[in-house]
Design a protein around this ligand. Structure first.
Ligand code: NDP
Ligand code: 8X3
Length: 254
């Protein structure tokens, strides 16, 4: 296979799906992952027919250590040479005061956003080390830069993504592996539907009165970080819509 390979977690929706489309349109072969197998198959069919790239769809839960390692182990040898790993799968559950929030929601967020990222990175890194090249792109959040009211554990998981990105960059220097963390602000995806557990009205309100980021905006920036020369690495990048300054300041005017 002469085309580079990108593995994108959480490709069934939002950023992950848009990132998959962006990389496919730039001639990457792709490993796309997520739990919803039907959506993965649909995306695989679209990418192969539209862009003529090769795609492997792997349906599993990143919270399962065994499933994450098995997914990488079972890849054909040529596909183990992953050039770009995008750790995108993640979620927020609930927006509640610390004392009122659900411990089950906390467990799910920690297991997905932090442990899932650790498992996927640990499974993919050996082949990058072997080839002395690779690029890991972690999706953080403005929530990992400033804590906001009722953001508690979601924010903490994104602070962890930020810390782990720094740690990986330092520890993987000797293997010539690039580590980038991108922190988007509010973006209109299925994120708020998931956060508010299917309450569409509450989810819709999050994006009213301003023009939020789109998944495509984030995909463009993720892809851009992979286009730089071998000696250049974007380490840490915060991106918001023009109406947003950070986690706390969002200007709504329409
Ligand atoms: P979406 O809900 O649209 O997409 C989330 C993706 O993560 C889905 O593909 C979902 O796939 C996958 N996912 C969730 N849990 C698991 C799991 N246990 N195992 C495997 N895959 C999983 O949201 P976004 O695209 O907005 O979110 C993507 C990332 O961006 C997340 O890490 C989020 O925290 C972050 N982010 C989002 C922002 C926003 O405002 N939208 C802003 C900043 C960061 P499936 O359900 O099929 O498993
Ligand atoms: C998602 C953005 O502001 O809901 O990470 O935390 S926010």
């Amino acid at each position: 296979m002469s085309s580079p390979i990108a593995l994108i977690t959480g490709a069934t929706s939002g950023f992950g799906k848009a990132i998959a489309i962006k990389f496919a349109s730039n001639r990457y072969n792709l490993v796309i992952t997520g739990r919803r197998a039907e959506r993965l198959q649909e995306l695989k069919d679209t990418l192969t027919s539209t862009y003529g790239v090769e795609v492997i769809a792997l349906s599993f839960d990143v919270r399962s250590k065994k499933a994450a390692f098995d997914a990488i182990d079972q890849l054909p040898a040529a596909w183990k040479a992953i050039d770009v790993l995008v750790n995108n799968a993640g979620l927020a559950l609930g927006r509640d005061y610390f004392d009122e929030a659900s411990i089950e929601d906390w467990d799910t967020m920690i297991d997905t956003n932090v442990k899932g990222l650790l498992y996927m990175s640990k499974a993919v890194i050996p082949s990058m080390i072997e080839r002395r090249q690779g690029h890991i792109i972690n999706i953080g959040s403005t929530a990992g830069k400033e804590v906001y009211e009722k953001g508690n554990t979601y924010c903490a998981t994104k602070y962890a993504v930020n810390a782990l990105s720094q740690a990986m960059r330092i520890d993987l220097l000797r293997h010539r592996i690039k580590v980038t963390v991108i922190h988007p602000g509010a973006a209109d995806t299925e994120f708020s539907n998931v956060r508010f557990k299917g309450d569409g009205d509450q989810a819709k309100k999050v994006y009213e009165g301003y023009d939020p980021l789109t998944a495509g905006d984030v995909a463009d920036v993720v892809y851009y970080t992979t286009t730089l020369p071998a000696h250049v690495c974007i380490n840490d990048l915060v991106m918001t819509c023009t109406a947003q300054a950070n986690s706390m300041y969002l200007f709504k005017d329409h």
